[in-house]
Design a protein around this ligand. Sequence first.
Ligand code: 13P
Ligand code: SF4
Length: 372
Amino acid sequence: MVPYQPPLPSQYDNLPVEEMCARVRAHKRGFGRRLVILGHHYQQDDVIQFADFTGDSLKLSQQASQQKDAEFVVFCGVHFMAESADILSEGRAAVILPDLTAGCSMADMAAIDQVEDAWERLTAETDAKIIPITYVNSSAAIKAFCGRHDGACCTSSNARKVLEYALSQGDKVLFLPDQHLGRNTAYAMGYPLESMALYDPAIDGGGLSEEQIRDARFLLWNGYCSVHQIFTPQQCERVRQTDPACKIIVHPECQWEVVQRADLAGSTEYIIKVITEAPEGSRWAIGTEINLVNRLANRYAGTKMVRSLADVQCLCTTMYRIDLPHLLWSLDELSAGRVVNQIKVDEQTRHFARVALQRMLDNVSSTPMAAK
Ligand code: 13P
Ligand code: SF4
């Protein structure tokens, strides 16, 4: 269920951008070290300019766990990221999401009762030990499920290391909720597509036979990102035909067929690193969210050619809900002594969700990794 975000009071209508920026800056000065603003790379420029730390999901999780002085963490990202920040900051800071409707459609594709049902079916069909691994793009309840069952979380920067860990602990992996990250990572590790089976929660019993469950090394949940779903093999082929010097780099949430046709694949942090380090004059088509692509295109305009792989706009509309008026409103309220939109995970869920997140952090470094 999408949480309700009441409309902002009318005084936020039509405020000039310069005034909003000046007021946010004043709040930041006023709060000093008591306030930390975290910003995901898909945030709009108007918002991310105020982030004390920017990053991909892994880097932001690490930042959240390292905030010892902050009383308030304003998370400019989506709901699951704010939940992780609340869990990892161990309740020291109040974590605020400026717009409660900033969710993630992929995270919503795995509900805890569906996962419990799947687990019952899968563990009934096989004696093999299944390790559940969840992409951090999932609810705290799913993370806690993984923590309780010897599993862990992963991000797109560390999925390979976490899968290696999972296979050292058990025989099979249940990968939630992004089938594409699961498939792309397992394939890059050398596992053939035949070793993977798709569990579809919309079909009774997941749509898998007993034999398919027994034979699969990777049971991939049928979830996906609707933004990265827009990138197609045909777009890659068009780039190859029309601009052979152009390199293609994509996020591993893209379909396997796209990742196979790309030159490189990796997290948002990895994409930024590759473009930053690329030689002058190089040409790049990027398969990820448009705010990040446009930021890189503007940053390197005149030295490197950067554009979207798609010819239609790939906007994460939920990330986009965090805008300047909502950021300003949350800070105005905070300075009036009112904590709005606090994201707080209940104690019971928090414990095992933290176990899953901590297993991930203990098993990985912060170096952005390629997924290909
Ligand atoms: P990153 O961890 O690569 O930033 O990905 C987060 C995300 O939601 C991509 O869609
Ligand atoms: Fe979720 Fe996709 Fe948006 Fe990332 S880009 S937050 S996976 S909907």
